[in-house]
Design a protein around this ligand. Structure first.
Ligand SMILES: *Cc1c(COP(=O)(O)O)cnc(C)c1O
Length: 385
């Protein structure tokens, strides 16, 4: 199997990083469940010494995701948060980072409660507003950390403009691409220096693994991240690496259905009298629909809508049958959640209000069920509101 230099995205998802097993010809990369590797002679080995440092299943996944994101190198970690923590080690005491104001709650917690103890400082700003973002830069800013679309209000940051801005200030642009996945958005192609994912979500896609990955483009960043991966040791296990590799093979197929179902649910909700407004970048009513069209290929499976009150949201959430009330996203099953009391409960109420995370807001991660079953479930649940 030889992957051509100009192979297209679905082919890359299936084949990049993987060769038939050298020992047996197995077409699927085996789970190399080992802690160490026998050396042929003193100082002579096959490139594998100890499994925190190198593991063939993990290497296959890293090659696979690096190619999917158009980067040069990827490092897989035990969770999305471990991946973000590794990126943060690029900062040194005294450094500053500018961060999207509605980043994933765990990212905010890591920066605000842990890393701020190490003389690092963070400014939170609506990165969809580039002028405000530029004003947040200081001479010490080394990273611009962006999440787009943002969770759960689906704000879109212009990645090409964000990359130019960061580079004008001598900073790196890091993009958390978990919500879109590389099937829909490839930030490195738009100028980003680093991309990270919680592989727990769309890349694995089957709600049965927790993991993370960072993709780099510059040799010095790649070398540092590899060094930190080994030095701090928060690696992805061989079995989880194998699960995510299985997931990425069908990513383009799954994302096409997630996007189609997301759009269909958004359209249905937008026409429903009990729904105040719908937040989905694929709707022409989304204030940044034109930008989303430019930088995304499809709009993904994440949407949110406002029912006006906590009581209305509660009635809906308690009435769904097919959709599961749960945190997380990106799996094949449709999940429904209440950001204000679930994923964003740790965000102070005034901050939630400023971000648009109202008590009536409900978030859906559209799965790949038959759309008519999803619509019927939502219709009957809305009848209870
Ligand atoms: C889930 C998530 C994370 C954290 O990933 P874990 O795998 O849960 O550690 C980071 N960013 C985004 C956007 C996420 O959805």
């Amino acid at each position: 199997m030889k992957l051509g230099r100009d192979a297209r995205f679905s082919t890359i998802c299936l084949h990049a990083g993987q060769e038939p097993d050298q020992a047996t010809g197995a077409i699927v990369t085996p789970i190399y469940q080992t802690s160490t590797y026998v050396q042929e002679a003193l100082g002579r080995h096959k490139g594998y010494e100890y499994a925190r440092t190198q593991n063939p299943t993990r290497s296959a996944l890293e090659g696979n995701i690096a190619a999917m994101e158009s980067g040069t190198t990827a490092c897989a970690f035990a969770s999305g948060m471990a991946a973000i923590n590794a990126v943060a080690t690029m900062l040194q005491a005294g450094d500053h980072a500018v961060v999207s104001d509605n980043v994933y709650g765990g990212t905010f917690r890591l920066f605000d409660k842990v890393l701020s103890r190490y003389q690092l400082s963070f400014a939170y700003v609506d990165t969809a507003d580039l002028a405000a973002t530029e004003r947040a830069f200081t001479p010490a800013t080394r990273l611009l950390f962006v999440e787009t679309p943002s969770n759960p209000v689906m704000r879109i940051t212009d990645l090409g403009e964000a990359a130019s801005l960061a580079h004008r200030h001598g900073a790196r642009l890091v993009v958390d691409n978990t919500f879109a996945s590389p099937a829909i958005q490839r930030p490195i192609e738009l100028g980003a220096d680093l991309v990270m994912h919680s592989t727990t979500k769309y890349l694995n896609g089957h709600s049965d693994s927790v993991g993370g990955v960072v993709v780099a483009t510059r040799d010095e960043d790649a070398a540092w991240l590899k060094f930190v991966q080994n030095a701090a040791g928060a690696i992805l296990s061989p079995f989880d690496s194998w699960l995510v590799l299985r997931g990425t093979k069908t990513l383009p197929l799954r994302m096409a259905v997630h996007s189609a179902n997301g759009l269909a649910l958004a359209e249905m909700l937008a026409g429903h009298p009990k729904v105040r407004h719908v937040l989905y970048p694929g709707l022409p009513s989304h204030p940044q629909h034109a930008l989303a069209r430019r930088q995304m290929r499809g709009f993904g499976g994440m949407l949110a809508f406002d029912l006006g009150s906590l009581e209305a949201a509660r009635r809906l959430l308690n009435a769904v049958h097919l959709m599961s009330l749960a945190e997380s996203l990106g799996g094949v099953e449709t999940l429904i959640s209440h950001p204000a009391t679930m994923t964003h409960a740790s965000v102070p109420a005034d901050r939630r209000a400023a971000l648009g995370i109202t008590d009536g807001l409900v978030r859906i991660s559209a799965g790949i069920e038959d759309i008519d079953d999803l619509k019927e479930d939502l219709h009957q649940a809305l009848d209870n509101v």
